[in-house]
Design a protein around this ligand. Structure first.
Ligand code: ZN
Length: 198
């Protein structure tokens, strides 16, 4: 048997959203009953539940599930983590990359868990600044490391498609804790995430 990816949606939530989106389509001047749109409210209802599934997830539990004692005190860097989120002001996507580092203090976690923590907070309605500090705090609380650093570079469709229409602007946010507040440690991290390995 091949890989079977199943998705579950709450029926009551889905039905409520379908009705709301049908109404929204009418208000926007569309006919929600025309062929091309007939299944759109249902698809959108499911897509939005998928894109906000982070509310149901617990970042600390994910990190704790793969937490191991290990005597390393070198900086651990996970860079170029793909990130897709939605701004809470317009509910339009913003997307880019997250770079995360921490310096263990007796405990490490699985590298894939760091990427999952990014998703836990990205799959909610967000502002990039809060997303950055929430990722930092989750790692800080679970691993109690000597330092944590998070840098996010993202493009916001609400800026690109409407308003100022700055098509190529990238917003960078960062948060640093502990050792990363020292200039030397922080610049080593910044050097590592901007280096291209060829
Ligand atoms: Zn926005």
């Amino acid at each position: 048997m091949g890989y079977n990816k199943s998705e579950e949606y709450d029926e009551q939530t889905t039905t409520g959203l379908i009705n709301s989106y049908k109404n929204a389509l009418s208000l926007l001047g569309e006919d929600p009953e025309r062929e091309g749109l007939i299944k759109t409210p249902e698809r959108l209802a499911k897509a939005m539940q998928f894109l906000t599934q982070g509310y149901q997830m617990d970042a600390k539990a994910i990190l704790d599930s793969a937490k191991f004692h290990e005597d390393v005190s070198e900086m651990i860097v996970v860079k170029d983590i793909e990130l897709y989120s939605m701004c809470e002001h317009h509910m339009l996507p913003f997307y880019g990359k997250a770079h995360v580092a921490y310096i263990p203090n007796g405990y490490i976690t699985g590298l894939s868990k760091i990427a999952r923590v990014v998703d836990v907070y990205a799959r909610r309605l967000q502002v990039q600044e809060r997303l950055t500090t929430e990722i930092l705090n989750a790692i800080k609380d679970s691993l109690q490391p000597l330092g944590v650093a998070v840098v996010i570079e993202a493009s916001h469709l609400c800026m690109m498609m409407r308003g100022v229409q700055k098509q190529n602007s990238v917003t960078t946010t960062s948060a640093f804790f502990g050792e990363f507040q020292k200039h030397e440690t922080r610049s080593e991290f910044m050097k590592l995430i901007s280096a291209q390995l060829h």
